[in-house]
Design a protein around this ligand. Structure first.
Ligand code: ATP
Length: 296
C-alpha cells in the first residue's frame, strides 16, 4: 500500500480578468500549498475496478469523486487494465475553497504513477489532471505558482518565505459556479497583482505580502452569504489582523510570520469558534520541502 499526501491550497491573490466565450472565467492568481492534507492510500484491487472508501460520509465514493475520476483516467490513458483500492482520509474541509477534491485527484495521479511504475513526468500528470479540473495541475506539483487561463496554465515560483496560516471554516456550503455567476463586469481586474506578490514572496517581505493579499470573489461570496462576512468581521475584531478568503470561499484565513503570533491568534479564536485549523506554507511536492519557519 502506498501513501500520497493531498495538500490544500490558499489563494494569495485571485483576480478575474473577464468571462471567456467558452463560459470559463480568465483568472490570474497566486496559489500556495499549505500542510493541511488529505491522505490518499492506494493498493491493487484483485478485481479490475476502482473502489474508494473514505472516513468522510459527506463526499461521494462513486464516479463523482475526483479521486475515482483520476484513477480511471490514468488507467485509460496508460492502457493498463487493473483494479485499484483507494482509501481517502479527508482532513480538508469540503467545498471550502481549499481545492480538497482537486488535490485528492492530483495525489491519486501521482500515486497511480508510483503504483504501476509508469514513470510519467509531473508535467504529463498535470496535463492529464487538467481534464478533471482547473486546479488539479497546480495540485500535482504543489508549492507556489501563478495560475492563469482557467487556472491550469502555471508559472511555478521558487521562494523561501515561510508563513503560518490560520484557517476558519464557516459551516456554509458554497457553490463555486454560483460565485462566478455573481460577478459583474465592474468586478473584473485590469492589472492583476500576481507579479508583485511573487516579488514579495521571493524577497520574503511579509509586510508587502500581507498588503497584497486580495481576492476578487470575496465581495461576491460575502454578498451571497452575509454570515461569512459577519464571521470575518468577528475574526478581525478578535485578532486585530486582516482576514482573507481562499478561492470562492467560504474558508477565511489569516497569515502570521511567526509561530508566536500564530499561536496567539489561534488561542484567541479557539476559545470562541469551532473549525479553526493551524497550518503553514509548504514547498512543492517533488522536493517535499518544508519552508523554513522564522523565530520572532
Ligand atoms: P476549489 O477550491 O477547487 O473550488 P473546493 O475546495 O471549493 O474546491 P472541494 O472540496 O474540492 O471544493 O469539493 C467540491 C465538490 O466536489 C463537493 O461538492 C464534493 O461533493 C465534490 N467532490 C468530489 N470528489 C471530492 C473529494 N475527493 N473530496 C472532496 N469533495 C469532492
Amino acid at each position: 500500500m502506498l501513501l500520497e499526501r493531498a495538500y490544500a491550497k490558499v489563494n494569495l491573490t485571485l483576480d478575474v480578468l473577464h468571462r471567456r466565450p467558452d463560459g470559463y472565467h480568465e483568472v490570474d492568481m497566486v496559489m500556495q500549498s499549505i500542510d493541511l492534507s488529505d491522505l490518499v492510500w492506494l493498493e491493487r484491487h484483485p478485481e479490475d475496478r476502482i473502489v474508494l472508501e473514505s472516513n468522510a460520509t459527506y463526499v461521494p465514493t462513486d464516479d463523482r469523486n475526483l479521486a475515482v475520476q483520476a484513477a480511471k483516467l490514468f488507467l485509460r490513458r496508460t492502457e493498463i487494465s487493473a483494479g485499484v483500492h483507494i482509501n481517502l482520509e479527508k482532513n480538508i474541509p469540503v467545498a471550502a475553497g481549499l481545492a480538497g477534491g482537486s488535490s485528492d485527484a492530483a495525489a491519486t495521479l501521482r500515486g497511480m504513477n508510483r503504483l504501476f511504475g509508469t514513470g510519467l513526468s509531473f508535467d504529463e500528470l498535470a496535463e492529464m489532471g487538467a481534464e478533471i479540473g482547473s486546479d488539479v495541475p497546480f495540485c500535482v506539483y504543489g508549492g507556489t505558482a501563478i495560475a492563469r487561463g482557467r487556472g491550469e496554465q502555471l508559472t511555478r515560483v521558487e521562494h523561501r518565505c515561510h508563513m503560518y496560516v490560520l484557517l476558519i471554516h464557516p459551516r456554509v456550503f458554497v457553490s463555486t459556479a454560483d460565485i462566478y455567476k455573481g460577478l459583474r463586469p465592474g468586478d473584473f481586474t485590469v492589472r492583476p497583482t500576481s507579479e508583485q506578490m511573487v516579488t514579495a514572496l521571493v524577497n520574503d517581505d511579509v509586510d508587502v505580502i500581507s498588503r497584497l493579499v486580495s481576492n476578487k470573489l470575496q465581495p461576491v461570496t460575502f454578498g451571497i452569504y452575509p454570515e461569512v462576512m459577519q464571521l470575518s468581521e468577528k475574526v478581525e475584531a478578535v485578532t486585530r489582523h486582516p482576514v482573507h478568503m481562499s478561492g470562492s470561499g467560504p474558508t477565511l484565513f489569516l497569515l502570521a510570520p511567526t509561530i508566536q503570533q500564530a499561536n496567539r491568534m489561534y488561542n484567541a479564536l479557539r476559545g470562541i469558534m469551532r473549525d479553526v485549523y493551524f497550518s503553514q506554507f509548504v514547498g512543492n511536492v517533488s522536493s517535499l520541502t518544508s519552508l523554513q519557519p522564522k523565530s520572532e
